[in-house]
Design a protein. Structure first.
Lengths: 382, 334
């Protein structure tokens, strides 16, 4: 899946390099609890230095997958290779992998310092070295003034840092993060996302993060694996996931989207012509899926890629939907319009509020026209 | 549609006003007025009123009897009804004579029977507490680690013995431990021993009896503190390189210390004053203060001396009780 244009700038994309050796390799991994398949035949390569996200709704198997990487669960089938070494039967305490738990799992009877030093003590590292490395990591997460405190004397954000420091101190080959920011409030979460990225870049450790927050995954990741019911639906960079989703599930899960049903009329070299009763017009879109003429397809239109106008464009027969303004949400930087199309389908449009005052603002029950370029619509097959 | 929210708000207002007004009017009606006025005047809060009954209960049925026992402990043995001399006597209608007899307490420290009995009680209670911990901890841990649907059943099994009388259960041990009892029969038939073991009427039988009887008091607090523990802590320990056995000593055990302390005190405190178990299972050589007290009171009918024994026993027990209380408070503060 190539991103068009942009060939000149050199990119770090080991997953597109056939020579690159993956850091972690999952080969046909399944995990069954009785009849239920939590993880179903997943194969995946993760490369050194990646910030890899497992994204999906709760119960999609992402945490089970992470726990298999940590060694808390054994795969029912398949293999997990870390730097080419099969991890089957290797207990968690022998894996060069550390995990940051969703609950943080800080030891309540130990100070911040002892919590962080715990991992090194298990390896019988000399005391002087432990002290020095603890200090380094405490500095890294900016907790120097809290070193002697107990976990219950810290705020949620501070606890999160202790958990991160504790998982980082052994310099693991891979850091697993289970919903690391789930317990923080929105503002702190956004700030911490960038801190996490900085730390990851500084240390060069492979991060694998589990999250159900698509914005978080988009912000931090080099690549995202979208999961559903134990399977991986798509693995791609955040841009590709957003702009080139491979299924209605992915398109709907990442960001907002309007999905319109249509039927292929004509298959061109680089475009498809589609008629849609729902849209009330014919749709021209970039040829991206292999479908014969006559097949039913779905066109995914992002709200921000639609242009809303009170005046009818010159050509109202192609890529132009007409409808009535049903609802308006003013969010400050942008406005959200809910448009009821003539076919009865509701469509969401987002428009940036570029100017402060409009001569004739769009209001309720206005008749409006929505247009978009052939590039903007994503054609999705079955 | 437009005035509906208004109406709803209005209803809510009227309701709260009505409730408030009703409460206020209620306070004006005589019995309530007197009570609330008296409360307000005396500065007693409703909360104080609520915790008053348990305090009254303790005062009536614990403190008052103790003061009586304390008083008797300073009297002298007399062949009369009741069998001790009076502490206060009015002489010539004007002199109040108080006769404090300290001989009972003196005797406790002079006659080595008593202080040996005290020491032995502490020793037996201490050792049985430790052994109960050794037996109870794995039990509690196994219960916590058992599948969730079993836990309730296992808890019930721990509590089940309480449904039979304590006395009968201790009595049953005689049948197990005596020379021709079940245990000896089993061991002889299995060929482990060829001479029956003498267990009944020894200190070992007393240990067995105490551990058996007080095990639930050890297991339940341990279970409660272990069950509270977050399982992910052990996973985190394993993840950071700690083997399961090491993780137990580094994480599980330190975190269960409040439960260990509670269990130990709950076994130790009643075990010190235990009377039934040493009497039924112990031998003539088993010295325990509970048994001595019984003999003093019912066999010798020396009420003053046995009262002194009881007072000293209580003082002895107050130390661990206070320590226990302090620890509980510290835990709650965490």
């Amino acid at each position: 899946m190539a991103v068009s244009g942009n060939v000149v700038r050199k990119k770090w994309e080991p997953w597109n390099d056939p020579q690159a050796r993956p850091h972690v390799q999952l080969i046909g991994v399944s995990k069954r609890f009785g009849e239920f398949s939590a993880v179903d035949n997943i194969s995946l390569d993760i490369f050194k230095g990646e910030f890899f996200s497992l994204l999906g709704p709760s119960g999609c198997g992402k945490t089970t997958l992470l726990r298999m990487l940590a060694g808390f669960e054994q795969p029912s089938e398949g293999q997990i290779l870390l730097e080419g070494v099969d991890m089957a039967g290797v207990p968690p305490y022998r894996r060069p992998v550390n995990m940051m738990f969703q609950s943080y799992a800080l030891f309540p009877h130990m100070s911040v310092e002892s919590n962080i030093a715990f991992g090194l003590k298990q390896d019988k590292v000399p005391k002087a070295e432990i002290a020095q490395r603890v200090e380094e990591v405490i500095d890294l997460v900016q907790l120097s003034s809290f070193a002697k405190r107990k976990p219950h004397q810290l705020s949620g954000g501070q606890r999160q840092r202790v958990a991160l420091a504790r998982a980082l101190i052994k310099k693991p080959k891979m850091l697993l993060l289970d919903e690391p920011l789930g317990a923080l409030d929105k503002k702190l979460r956004e700030q911490t996302q960038f801190e996490l990225m900085n730390i990851q870049e500084k240390l060069g450790i492979t991060f694998v993060i589990v999250t159900h927050d698509q914005e978080e995954a988009m912000t931090v990741s080099t690549r995202i694996a979208v999961m559903d019911q134990g399977r991986i639906v798509q693995v791609a960079t955040p841009t590709e996931i957003y702009e080139y989703p491979n299924s209605r599930y992915v398109a709907g899960f990442i960001g907002d989207v309007n999905i319109i049903e249509g039927r292929v009329v004509e298959v061109g070299d680089s475009y498809l012509n589609i008629t849609s009763q729902q849209a009330g017009c014919s749709i021209r879109a970039r040829h991206a899926v292999d479908v014969p003429a006559g097949a039913t397809v779905w066109i995914a239109l992002r709200p921000e890629k639609l242009v809303i106008s009170l005046e009818a464009p010159q050509d109202t027969s192609t890529n132009c939907m007409a409808g009535e303004v049903w609802d308006i949400g003013y969010l400050g930087k942008l406005s959200i319009y809910h448009i009821k199309l003539d076919s009865g389908v509701m469509v969401t449009v987002a428009q940036t509020n570029r100017t402060r005052d409009l001569e004739r603002p769009i209001t309720w029950e206005d008749r409006v026209y929505l247009t978009w370029t052939p590039d903007a619509g994503i054609v999705l097959g079955q | 549609m437009d005035n509906r929210p208004q109406t709803r708000e209005g209803i809510a207002n009227t309701l709260s006003e009505a409730a408030y007004g009703f409460h206020n009017r209620l306070m004006m009606i005589p019995p309530y007025r007197w009570i609330s006025a008296a409360l307000a005047y005396s500065g007693i809060s409703a909360r104080a009123l609520l915790i008053l009954p348990p305090y009254l209960w303790l005062l009536l049925f614990f403190l008052a009897p103790f003061i009586i026992v304390f008083k008797i402990s300073f009297a002298e043995y007399a062949i009369s009804q009741p069998p001790y001399t009076a502490l206060f006597e009015l002489i010539d209608d004007v002199y109040l004579q108080i006769r404090l007899n300290l001989e009972n307490y003196q005797l406790l420290f002079q006659d080595d029977l008593y202080w040996r009995a005290y020491l032995n009680s502490v020793k037996i209670a201490g050792i049985s507490t430790f052994l109960a911990l050794l037996v109870g901890y794995p039990l509690a841990l196994a219960m916590v680690r058992a599948p969730r649907q079993w836990r309730l059943a296992l808890l019930m099994l721990v509590i089940l013995p309480f449904w039979t009388s304590f006395l009968i259960r201790v009595y049953a041990w005689i049948g197990i431990l005596k020379k021709e009892g079940l245990l000896n029969l089993l061991l002889l038939n299995m060929g482990v021993i060829d001479q029956p073991l003498t267990i009944l009427n020894t200190d070992i039988a007393v240990y067995i009896g105490i551990i058996y009887s007080y095990l639930p008091f050890m297991v339940l607090p341990l279970y409660a503190s272990l069950e509270k523990m977050d399982e992910s802590l052990l996973e985190a320990a394993a993840d950071l390189g700690s083997r399961p056995v090491k993780a137990f000593w580094q994480i599980t055990f330190p975190l269960s210390l409040p439960g260990v302390a509670a269990g130990c005190f709950l076994v130790f405190i009643p075990a010190i004053g235990e009377f039934v178990i040493p009497d039924l299972l112990g031998g003539s050589g088993t010295l325990m203060i509970g048994k001595t007290l019984w003999a003093e009171f019912f066999s010798n009918r020396d009420w003053p001396l046995s009262s002194a024994v009881a007072v000293v026993l209580l003082l002895l027990l107050i130390i661990p009780i206070v320590v226990f209380q302090k620890m509980q408070e510290k835990n709650r503060a965490l």
